[in-house]
Design a protein around this ligand. Sequence first.
Ligand code: ADP
Length: 175
Amino acid sequence: MHLQLLLADITTQPVDAIVNAANSSLMGGGGVDDAIHAAAGSELLDECIKIAQSRRPGEPCPTGDAVITGAGKLPAKYVIHTVGPVWRGGTKGEAELLASCYRKSLLLAQENGIESIAFPNISTGVYGYPKEKAADVAVNTVRETLKETPGIKKIVFVCFDKENYSLYQSRIEKP
Ligand code: ADP
């Protein structure tokens, strides 16, 4: 499948689902999460609060896991909230946890009949994951997981800065 690459604001993407780089409280965390909640409206936060209340106190969505909600006023139909790892030097399982974010998001999308999905550059903002290493994990994990998700027809990597865009470009152009 052709992986698409854009330099854009993920909240504008007309896909079935956009992925949010959330934090484990599901209660907002700056960056792309703020942009998604601002554009989606209060309905999205209400859904996140409900999920948080029905899950583990303190850590409703553990690092590497993903949950799905509607998308409020966004053009997308769903938001998949996944919690990336905070970079702690690379020896605390960060790569496995970041891979788990991409994998679980795709599996959750497949379960929900989603055909098109847009990913931000998870963990590369406030969480400080080195962009080059994160791009490797993102592209490799998506390529691997797509073998198990035949219902997914379109993947868009939505970058918000030129550095990430060119890192993804070199990885996506390589078959
Ligand atoms: P994390 O805490 O996982 O690092 P951030 O939201 O701080 O999450 O950053 C994740 C990535 O999302 C960063 O590369 C950041 O530049 C990007 N980003 C921020 N706002 C948007 C947006 N509106 N659309 C797409 N990507 C965005």
